[in-house]
Design a protein around this ligand. Structure first.
Ligand code: FAD
Length: 402
C-alpha cells in the first residue's frame, strides 16, 4: 500500500491529509506534528481566541474524530527529526522510523527572535502556537501595560485585542511606519491613525535596546526613551522552518524551493505552506507567503499530484487582518505599483486602495469593503488594464471595471 507521510500538523499539513482523502487516495496517511495539538487555525490566536470570544474547540481544522474516521494517523508531539529522500524514510523524535512513498514537508515558520539584553525576562512572549496564545491570554489582565514590539499585522492585531481587554497598549516599531513590509505608506498612515484614535500608543522609528526588570519585565529601554511595560509581545516577523529540508539536502533559498506542483528538488518529496518558496505565474516571480490561503491551496495542489491528478498552483495571493472594527482584506501583491487609487473614505473607515502598474490592476487593500475585495480577487489574476478615473468613481460598480 502506498504511504504518504506529512511532516507538520499545521494548516497545510492538516489540509494535505484532508485533500488526499477527498481526492480518493486510499494509501496510508501519517501526519507527524511537533505540537501536541491536532491541526488548528492560527489566525484566531491573535484575534477572537486571544480575546476569549472563541472557544478552544472552534480553532481546530477538524474534530480529532475526523482523522480516525478517515483513516489518517496522527503522530502528535513527535516531530520528524530526519529525512532520507534516497531511502524514502523519516526518523521521528521518539526514535521511530517510517518509510514513505511520498512525503509532504509542511513545517511552517517560526517567530524571528529579538536578541537584546533582558529578552529572557518573564512576561515576554512570542505568538505562534496555541500554547503561546494561552500564556499571553493569561498575562493580558485589564489595567496592565502591554508593549508590542513590531508593527506588523500580528502585532497590531494583538494590540487591538489587548486594548479591547482593557490594557494600556504601546506598539514599538523600529521603522518609520507600521506595516512597512506589506503595504503602501498611505495604508501605514491610516492604520497608525486608526490605532491612535482607539487609544493605542504607536512609537515609530523606535528600536528596542534592552528589556529591564526584576525577573519579570518592567520596562522597555529604547535608548532615547524608556517605555513602562508589565507584558511584552514580540512580533517582528517569521523565518521559514526549513531545517528538516536543508539537512536532507533538499534545495532551499529562504524557503524550501518548490515548483508549481509543490514538488521539491528531491523525488517524491513535496512541500506546502509558509515553509516554501514557490513560483507564481500570475506575479511572474517566486515568493514566500505567510497566509492561510497559500497554505490551503498548496496543500490541495500537493495532495492532487500525489493522488495522481497533475495540478499546478497558480493563484493570486490573498490575506485578511481584523483590528478593532476594521476588516482589512487584501488581494494581489502591491510591490512595484506606480499608481494608487482610493475609492471611499478613510475618515469613515470604509474604503479600498487599488494598486496599478503600467495601467494594470495588481492589488487591492480593502477596509470594510468586501465587495471591492471580492471583485478584485477575481480581476487581479486577469491582469486587467483599468482607467484610474473610472476606478475612483463610486457610481461605477466594480463589476464594470474589467
Ligand atoms: C497569530 C497569527 C495570526 C495569523 N493571522 C492570519 C490571518 O489573519 N490571515 C492569514 O491568511 N494568515 C494568518 N496567519 C498566518 C497563517 O496562520 C500561516 O500562514 C499558516 O498557519 C501557515 O500554515 P503552515 O501549515 O504552513 O504552517 P503552520 O500552521 O505553522 O504549521 C506548521 C507546523 O509544523 C510543525 N513542525 C515544524 N517542524 C516540524 C517537524 N520537523 N516535524 C513535525 N512537525 C513540525 C510546527 O510545530 C507547526 O505545528 C497568522 C499566523 C499567526 C501566528
Amino acid at each position: 500500500m502506498p504511504t504518504t507521510i506529512i511532516a507538520g500538523a499545521g494548516h497545510a499539513g492538516g489540509q494535505t491529509a484532508i485533500s488526499l482523502r477527498q481526492a480518493g487516495y486510499d494509501g496510508r496517511i501519517i501526519v507527524c506534528g511537533a505540537e501536541p495539538a491536532p491541526p488548528y487555525q492560527r489566525p484566531p490566536l491573535s484575534k477572537k481566541y486571544l480575546s476569549g470570544e472563541l472557544a478552544r474547540e472552534r480553532v481546530f481544522l477538524r474534530p480529532e474524530s475526523f482523522y480516525s474516521r478517515h483513516d489518517v494517523e496522527l503522530r502528535l508531539g513527535n516531530a520528524v527529526r530526519d529525512v532520507d529522500p534516497a531511502q524514502r524514510t523519516v526518523v521521528l523524535d521518539d526514535g521511530g522510523s517510517l518509510s514513505f512513498t511520498d512525503l509532504v514537508i509542511a513545517t511552517g515558520s517560526r517567530p524571528r527572535r529579538l536578541d537584546v539584553p533582558g529578552s529572557d525576562l518573564g512576561n515576554i512572549f512570542y505568538l505562534r502556537t496555541l500554547e503561546d496564545a494561552d500564556a499571553i491570554g493569561n498575562a493580558l489582565v485589564a489595567g496592565r501595560r502591554l508593549a508590542v514590539v513590531g508593527g506588523g499585522y500580528i502585532g497590531l492585531e494583538i494590540a487591538s485585542t489587548a486594548k479591547g481587554l482593557g490594557l494600556e497598549v504601546c506598539v514599538i516599531e523600529a521603522a518609520d511606519r507600521i506595516l512597512g513590509r506589506v503595504t503602501a505608506p498611505e495604508m501605514s498612515g491610516y492604520y497608525a491613525r486608526a490605532h491612535r484614535a482607539r487609544g493605542v500608543h504607536v512609537k515609530l522609528s523606535t528600536a528596542v535596546a534592552a528589556f529591564e526588570g526584576d525577573g519579570t519585565v518592567r520596562r522597555v529601554d529604547c535608548g532615547a526613551e524608556t517605555i513602562p511595560a508589565d507584558v511584552v509581545v514580540i512580533g517582528i516577523g517569521v523565518v521559514p522552518e526549513v531545517r528538516l529540508a536543508e539537512s536532507a539536502g533538499i534545495a532551499c533559498d529562504d524557503g524550501i524551493v518548490v515548483d508549481e506542483r509543490c514538488a521539491t528538488s528531491a523525488a517524491h518529496v513535496y512541500a506546502a505552506g509558509d515553509c516554501t518558496r514557490h513560483p507564481n505565474p500570475i506575479l511572474g516571480r517566486s515568493l514566500r507567503l505567510e497566509s492561510v490561503h497559500n497554505a490551503l491551496e498548496q496543500a490541495r495542489t500537493a495532495a492532487a499530484n500525489i493522488a495522481g491528478t497533475p495540478t499546478r498552483y497558480e493563484q493570486a495571493p490573498w490575506f485578511w487582518s481584523d483590528q478593532f472594527d476594521l476588516k482589512l482584506q487584501m488581494a494581489g501583491i502591491s510591490d512595484g505599483y506606480d499608481t494608487i487609487v482610493q475609492r471611499g473614505s478613510m475618515d469613515a473607515d470604509d474604503f479600498a486602495m487599488f494598486y496599478l502598474k503600467d495601467g494594470v490592476l495588481i492589488a487591492v487593500d480593502a477596509v470594510n469593503r468586501p465587495r471591492e475585495f471580492m471583485a478584485c480577487r477575481k480581476l487581479v489574476p486577469q491582469r486587467p488594464s483599468i482607467d484610474p478615473v473610472k476606478l475612483a468613481d463610486e457610481s461605477i460598480p466594480m463589476q464594470e471595471m474589467a
